[in-house]
Ligand binder design. Structure first.
Ligand code: SF4
Length: 69
């Protein structure tokens, strides 16, 4: 599990979503680790206030994406 789960706004906001896409993203990045742009940012710049809508891929979540349960 990523060591930033308690301070990461993305995780705080979306980890409890129900849809497969959210769950797969959390598992891929936050559970298994590796490749998360947010994590690299935290490690390089400290716990800066990244908006929750910045995905682990570094892209901004679209409205359609955000509407998923
Ligand atoms: S989104 Fe990235 S920084 Fe945030 S908890 Fe998941 S792996 Fe860690």
């Amino acid at each position: 599990m990523c060591k930033y789960v308690n301070s990461c706004s993305f995780f705080q906001e979306f980890a409890s979503r129900e849809s497969f896409i959210w769950k797969a993203m959390i598992k891929s990045y936050c559970d298994d680790g590796g490749g998360c742009v947010r994590r690299r940012s935290y490690e390089v710049e400290g716990s800066k206030d990244l908006p929750a809508k910045v995905l682990p891929s570094g892209a901004h979540a679209s409205k359609a994406f955000l509407a998923l349960p």
